[in-house]
Design a protein around this ligand. Sequence first.
Ligand code: C2E
Ligand code: CA
Ligand code: CA
Length: 595
Amino acid sequence: MNTRGLAPHQPSSSDPAGADRSAILQPHVLRLNYSKLRLLVIETGDRIHGFCRDISIPVLAREVDYTDSVAKDIAAGVYNCIILDGARGNTAYQEILTSVSSKPPFLPVIVIDGSLNFLRQGASENIASSELSAERMETALFNADRLCKLNNRSTILEMELSSLVEEDPLTALPGRSKFRVRMAKIIAKAHEAKKPISLIILDLNSFKELNESRGHDFGDKVLKTVARRLFKFAPRNSIVGRLGDDEFALLAVDRDLSTITHENFAVELMREIREPIFIDGQKTDVNATMGLAQLDDHDTADGLLHKSISALYAAKRDKVPFVVYTHEDDIERRQQLRLAQDLPEAIADNQLLLHFQPMIRMKDQEVVGVEALVRWQHPKQGLLFPDSFIPLAEGSGSIQALTEWVMKAAVKQGSLWLSEGHKICVSVNISALILHDPTFPDIVAQLLEETNFPAALLKLEITESAIISDVYRAKEIVTRLHELGTRLSIDDFGTGYTSLGYLRKLPVDEIKIDKSFVLNMTRIADDEVIVRTLLDLAGNLGLSVVAEGVEDAETWEMLDSLGCDIAQGYFMSRPIDIKNFGDWVASQPWKQELN
Ligand code: C2E
Ligand code: CA
Ligand code: CA
């Protein structure tokens, strides 16, 4: 029991809680022991902090706003109670209240001078400043703490109950929630015993494609084999689980993995996973990506999971086999999440714009088309390129709206050119997800009808891998688009595994040879052979060929002599905005560099 007295405090006139401080300016004996209290106060001024100081309740940190770093500390379990200044209004703390009240561990949140809304949003206690006293605060802390413990206990109980039945029947490994419950227990013990713990999350590469191409039975067998390998590899005392379709986790206990040994561990595990698998006499190579993280002093089970997932995302983004978690990865992932959240509004708010890159018919050097390439003029981060937000749009469900925006803007520009007497074909990139959306052809049909734009001047670029991932669905949608009269082009050709057999079955008009083959074709003989072969094959199928990535006059001349139809690349022009496009068409400086 703490029996310290109260430090004298002079209330200031601008201090809304000041009037009530007189009530506690008498010596006060604390009833509770606060040695374990890790209190966070969020307020603009100092009134709550000052009040706590006056009644000798320790405050671990005082913050003005709920920033990313505060959120991170909360998630990592740095605090066990939060006090908010409710006078800031109902919406100021929505995010924080949702995050601490939606899943365990629940955190007690006390609001000073808030409304009923705070309680509805998940706060545990609300104290009006007129009632604020040492006594009241202590009761609130006590009640809030008890309520949360109760909530935590019953939720964990619920989770444990469900985990009794929750075992993955295919691999016999614990599923996600069972794994989490076990992990939470092990982590609680490890914190007490100060034992090192690492969590590895492993995701199979291209599993969906493998499932599609070889069948689900085959996919199941691969999953079983991976599960078995992980289990065999896991050090003593570790637990292995299956978190999702092709996502596995390994919690390694008691292995002191510094960064170096973490890496060795990952390399060894990767080697094990990559051993060829023989199923029904067929050999299959499996590959995976991994995220690793080590438990820190303040980490909860969810905190550690979050870190490993951040590392996994970083590894996928950088296309490397594994990444060991660092704080920077986390910050980056948060920024990405924020960008993804901002995207729908950015689309509605016309923050997107198009750059156009000319496509030039080689035989007469005429500009016959443009590729419309999207950019995002972000209010804070400046001009963003598609590689930094298209994957986010695909992952967060904004890709449909984005594609519609791009198509509309491209068709609008194409119509304008047409009205000026220029027949320019506009190419739009269609992401794999869109290609599998059965409503997409209707959207295109409606756009063409509304704008009266000739379908033959709209070209849709789809990547090889988009077709491969679901050949039957892709075929159906591509056929419907073809029937509308739009042109279809296979983008990044040569990088996927399209057999030309597929192409024969699809009503496509054109292939675009991927720039990786074109960029160095004048210097690397193998690349030249590939380009030559692709040109021959396309010729046999009656398809037109675009070479992208033409960066110099020699490449232009070589392609020209090989009979390529259309060229696109920095040599002629980079993608440029519409204003510069007009000037470029008029001057076309690249022509002077040709022999
Ligand atoms: P992509 O379809 O392969 O587009 C061509 C990319 O190659 C463009 O990059 C372009 O700037 C670049 N490029 C063109 N000529 C050359 C060259 O001579 N040398 C080199 N090194 N690069 C060249 P950008 O604009 O950054 O676009 C990147 C990717 O983003 C595109 O690759 C496309 O997959 C995607 N993308 C762009 N706009 C959209 C869109 O509206 N929707 C969707 N779904 N994806 C888009
Ligand atoms: Ca493209
Ligand atoms: Ca391309």
